[in-house]
Design a protein around this ligand. Structure first.
Ligand code: SF4
Length: 228
């Protein structure tokens, strides 16, 4: 469908241009970096809403609170997305919750560091950000999480039970849009001379939780997160 293809291309290219424009010139600030990441998420959501109007899913999208089945796989994101999650946790968690989350992230990182997607699917360990079956950072969850929209919760349950040996039917336009915006984000970062590392969530939380000033340090070129 031409309109859908144009929508995906436009979202991708607009994200690249905006990231390059916002981050390509001084002064580059931590606040500006996080704002840019938020705008990427908003762009994806707006394009997804347009896609659903252009080509409605064959059945209602089944994703929602208390549906954690897909949150047990390897999750990676661009550094600005990860920094946004860390900033969100920092401003929403109290000290006790932060201590508990740091412990959980360290434990999960120890079990998953260096494991590829297939190995992670077999392990079926939960994302540290799952809380009572729901995403605790839902407003700032990365593009990779937003890419997944199932139209069959029973299939998701079976996929989870089989450690992803069985698949679940996804709403493909959403997957394409979230990935397209992600590609645009990475390309814009490269255009701006910034890092394009693909950051794994468990490791990022294990090393980044409770540490102030990470966005500024990342903008200064520091390698903050393990590369795996
Ligand atoms: S960040 Fe949220 S949506 Fe993404 S895998 Fe973790 S719990 Fe699930």
């Amino acid at each position: 469908m031409d309109a859908l293809v144009r929508l995906i291309e436009t979202a991708t290219l607009d994200q690249r241009r905006e990231t390059a424009r916002l981050m390509g010139k001084a002064p580059r600030t931590a606040k500006g970096l996080l704002r840019m990441a938020e705008r990427a998420l908003a762009r994806a959501e707006a394009a997804i809403a347009q896609a659903r109007a252009l080509l409605p899913p064959p059945r209602p999208v089944a994703c929602g609170p208390n549906c954690p089945f897909c949150c047990h796989v390897r999750l990676a994101a661009a550094a600005p997305e990860i920094l946004l999650v860390l900033a969100y946790v920092d401003s929403h968690w109290d000290d006790d919750s932060m201590t508990a989350l740091m412990r959980k992230a360290a434990n999960l990182d120890a079990l998953t560091r260096g494991k590829n997607e297939a190995e992670r699917e077999r392990l079926r360990l939960p994302c540290p950000l799952l809380k009572d079956g729901s995403c605790a950072v839902h407003p700032v969850r990365p593009l990779s999480c937003r890419a997944v929209a199932s139209v069959d919760v029973a299939a998701c349950r079976r996929a989870h039970a089989s450690r992803m040996a069985e698949g679940a039917p996804l709403y493909e336009p959403q997957y394409q849009i979230a990935n397209g915006v992600g590609y645009g984000l990475y390309a814009g970062l490269a255009d701006a001379g910034l890092g394009v590392e693909n950051v794994e969530m468990n490791a990022a939380l294990a090393v980044g939780l409770g540490k102030p000033g990470l966005a500024r340090r990342w903008l200064n070129g520091e390698t903050l997160f393990p590369l795996s």
